[in-house]
Ligand binder design. Structure first.
Ligand code: ZN
Length: 315
């Protein structure tokens, strides 16, 4: 017998073909516009040392923000800044040296001494003393419900293990910046649904900090690289689910969580705006969304503030 025309199946096929032809257009729409080229702002403060100058490109920093220092002078062989018992190396780029400082998320709001230690080629060590003010960012507390089948992911040891594992990836400092003159941009254009730094009470069981920003994203939304770099991790984590981590140089990393699909692999060099994968709902997530985060010198920082900073690029 001759099979009869299967109308529902043909309709499904037509819809599938239609959605496939629309997919590139939809994907295009989701891509955030390239930022307009940013020009170097004047230094907020200029400090004069013995034979060297330090430009400070920030005023008071809120908890979780990053500050840029620029060092110029002759016969410098190395330099670092010392803030809150942490050393931040200066990296040579063109004829200037740069360091990225972190006002960490847990710092008590107050003024802190900042020392710049410069080693000259002749072995002489020079120190310049300054200070920076860290202000409260006013991070709020929020309750966060994790679905019952994933409730084990609220256990503090699951989180400690994941942070320790990620820290091994975000600690190395590639000596050159890998971003292009477009610097950093958002990974997609949708609205923010949750901000960096919040204290989250998980199922009334444990408390954690929100290390990144969340954006509205139905499952399958394209996620694009925030800046050029190298993929150092593209695999599964307990909390972050399917996760991509990119090394951008100078100890700056961007991470993208809860993916439903990977489009890149570890070791791959990627350009700003390149498709990394599709958003999803994997890991410790209570609904489809994109969580993205920025780590600088091994610390999670306010990514939205960071991507709006001016940064020097390879000459
Ligand atoms: Zn998040």
């Amino acid at each position: 017998m001759r099979p009869r025309l299967d109308i529902p199946r043909i309709t499904t096929l037509l819809l599938l073909l239609l959605s496939m032809s629309l997919a590139p257009i939809l994907a295009q729409e989701e891509q955030p516009a390239s930022p307009t080229p940013r020009v170097q702002p004047p230094a907020t403060v200029t400090l004069q040392g013995d034979g060297f100058t330090v430009g400070q490109y920030f005023g008071p920093l809120a908890q979780g923000q990053v500050g840029l220092l620029e060092l110029s002078g002759t016969d410098i062989s190395s330099a670092y800044a010392l803030l809150r018992d942490r050393e931040y190396d200066f990296h040579l780029l063109g004829d200037h040296w740069y360091a990225l400082l972190v006002a960490d998320i847990d710092a008590q709001p107050r003024a802190y001494p900042l020392a710049i230690i410069v080693q000259r080629a002749d072995g002489q060590v020079l120190t310049l003393d300054s200070q920076i003010t860290i202000e409260s960012a006013g991070y709020i507390r929020q309750s966060f419900a994790v679905p019952a089948d994933r409730a084990y992911l609220t256990e503090p040891e699951v989180e400690r293990y994941e942070f320790a594992r990620l820290n091994a990836y975000t600690s190395p400092q590639t000596p050159a910046p890998l971003w292009d003159e477009g610097l950093f941009q958002r990974p997609m254009s949708s609205d923010y649904t949750s901000g960096f730094g919040q204290f989250r009470i998980l199922n009334q069981n444990s408390i954690t900090r929100h290390t990144g920003w969340d954006q509205r994203a139905p499952v399958g939304t394209p996620v694009y690289a925030m800046a050029s770099g190298t993929v150092v991790f593209a695999s599964q984590l307990d909390i972050r689910g399917n996760y991509v981590l990119i090394d951008h140089g100078w100890g700056v990393y961007s991470g993208y969580a809860h993916f439903s699909q990977f489009n890149v692999a570890e070791g791959q060099t990627i350009e700003r705006g390149q498709l990394l994968g599709l958003s999803g709902n994997t890991g410790r997530s209570n609904g489809p969304h994109l969580h993205w985060e920025i780590s600088v010198q091994g610390e999670w920082v306010d990514g939205d503030a960071f991507i709006n900073m001016w940064l020097p690029t390879q000459p």
